[in-house]
Design a protein around this ligand. Structure first.
Ligand SMILES: Nc1ncnc2c1ncn2[C@@H]1O[C@H](COP(=O)(O)OP(=O)(O)OP(=O)(O)O)[C@@H](O)[C@H]1O
Length: 251
């Protein structure tokens, strides 16, 4: 498989006035095309900082971030992101929330609507096109933000703790639906990078898990998860793999 996203010797120091806080010491890893990769590590180790650097919200102090072998600064339009708190426009209904993100890439209004409706259906909220965010449950809002992220057919979908704040049933349902989409060869997302605190979630979803150390963080291990899919989260092998990841995290 070809490397799609590569972080090489990335370091991030936040300027705190007279001192600098080294959030990330030296992080190197890559995500291959069609892979599902998770980043896991203790609170404050710099997981969100890594996503912010990939998104271009902050610049690394040193090191490089490449997409398709080119600096990511020339290539960010092919990324989309789902945050923990669905950042929907409260004054737009569900359909308009999804259409808005397609506007820069599709000029034809009718086609835009078709694409938006397709992804709204795909994430299971058809029938709510005219609803406003305030009329939706937390899980439904997160589905809208996933539809929005998918509608641009990104090369890489970034997920920043997307299931935190949802009840366990909604979280599990959306996890499984997202995995179904990811496993469908003709539909986005094809390549996913997810930040999570949840080891079970990382083992259920990922091809590889990048385990980070405490701040200032380094990669302790990039662990491949070879369990067959769909993964039985109650099997002995699953529990064993979760234990292995926990052991790496505490090393
Ligand atoms: N804008 C900022 N200025 C200064 N320090 C920051 C800034 N953003 C983050 N930090 C610090 O950098 C470190 C890494 O933060 P980050 O949010 O990336 O960690 P995280 O692993 O995502 O944390 P959590 O798991 O708790 O969400 C923390 O010590 C945090 O306080």
């Amino acid at each position: 498989m070809a490397e799609l996203l590569t972080l090489k010797n990335v370091r991030m120091e936040y300027n705190m006035g007279k001192t600098n806080l080294v959030a990330i010491d030296d992080v190197t890893f890559s995500v291959e095309r069609d892979e599902f990769v998770s980043i896991i590590g203790p609170s404050g180790c710099g997981k969100s900082t890594i996503l912010k650097m990939i998104l271009g919200l902050i610049e690394p102090s040193s090191g490089s971030i490449m997409v398709n072998g080119e600096p990511i600064s020339s290539n960010r339009s092919r990324l989309s992101v789902v945050f923990q708190n669905p950042a929907l426009f409260p004054w737009l209904d569900v359909l308009q929330n999804v259409e808005t993100v397609i506007e820069p890439i599709e000029r034809d209004k009718k086609v835009r609507k078709e694409i938006a409706l397709k992804f709204i259906k795909m994430v299971g909220i058809d029938g709510f096109e005219k609803a406003y965010p305030r009329e939706l449950s937390g899980g439904m809002k997160q589905r809208v933000s996933i539809a929005r992220a998918l509608a641009t057919s990104p090369d890489i979908m970034l997920l920043d703790e997307p299931f935190v704040g949802l009840d366990v049933f909604a979280a599990q349902a959306i996890r499984e639906e997202l995995l179904d989409l990811w496993e469908s060869p003709d539909l986005p997302p094809h390549t996913v990078l997810m930040v999570t605190h949840n080891v079970d979630e990382a083992v259920q979803m990922s091809d590889r898990i990048i385990v980070l150390s405490r701040r200032p963080s380094k990669v302790i291990e990039a662990k491949r998860i070879d369990l067959p899919r769909p993964r039985n989260t109650r099997s002995e092998e699953f529990y064993k793999t979760v234990d292995e990841v926990l052991t790496i995290m505490s090393s």
